[in-house]
Design a protein around this ligand. Sequence first.
Ligand code: CAA
Ligand code: NAI
Length: 246
Amino acid sequence: MKGLKNKVVIITGAASGIGKATALRFAEEGANIVVADFADGTATVNEVLDKGVQAIYVKLNVTDPESVQAMVAKTIDTFSKVDVLINNAGITKDAMMKKLTKEAWDDVVNVNLTGVFNCTAAVLPHMLEQKSGVVLTTSSVVGLFGNLGQTNYAATKWGVIGMTKSWAKEMAKNGLRFNCVAPGFIATEMVKKIPEQVLNEKILIKVPAGRLGEPEEIAAAFAFLASDDAKFINGTVLSVDGACTL
Ligand code: CAA
Ligand code: NAI
């Protein structure tokens, strides 16, 4: 991909799953990586370092603005700039609407929606000053089409699309780009929580590709959208879902 070498890329939720695969893909493209996660990200950092680029782990809680500010400050102290933010940290707390608690609603909104606000707000002053930057956010097929048992999650994954489109309209003139990737069902810890019968009999049978996606297939979409190959792509949502939305 064009233009990713020596870029500084913050990836939230990079200790595992899609975030970890994305860190490794950007490292292969020659970018330096900030692994920002609530969980321990040192394993990701070590694998990134093996690819010959620089990387740091910063413990981050995206719901806490002070933690987010500290993570961005550490990034600037270490690398002097931030070129790309990938808002990828996310959680599920699934329940049918009739059983959905206010606590499960709040928890998912705080991480998946407010967390995206917090992280984007913290990098913006730097990107606006340097007149360049890319913010990518992990939405979901569930944000676009809804899903049984996912009222809270669907609201957040649709919400980040609205935020992304608004930011593109506000700040394209400043040289900034904002896009979402909407994965289908991807083989990570998150999908392991789906009851086996539901996954096999209700979800996978509707995926024309006939399989779960791999985290690396989402990482490739992020790499493309962050690269100069995508420099006229702004405010869009790229579905990577094995055609399960057709
Ligand atoms: N799609 C279609 N049908 C579903 C479904 C789904 N996602 N989830 C549940 N159902 C069906 C069940 O098969 C069951 O059908 P039958 O009555 O015909 O057997 C019915 O709905 C009720 O389900 P449960 O008996 O499991 O009800 P419950 O109240 O015990 O549990 C639940 C409800 C917590 C939502 C549980 O069913 C569940 O976890 N479902 C999976 C939800 C899901 O798809 N989550 C995606 C997580 S991965 C992710 O979110 C990443 C991403 O972006 C794609
Ligand atoms: P995952 O559970 O492997 O990774 C999520 C990461 O986010 C974890 O490392 C976790 O520690 C981190 N995290 C959670 N809360 C945090 C917080 N408050 N602060 C900082 N980090 C936090 O799951 P996966 O699948 O890799 O998920 C990554 C993103 O992709 C999520 O936003 C998810 O909603 C989204 N997604 C996943 C799909 C899938 O099928 N796996 C499909 C569509 C979207």
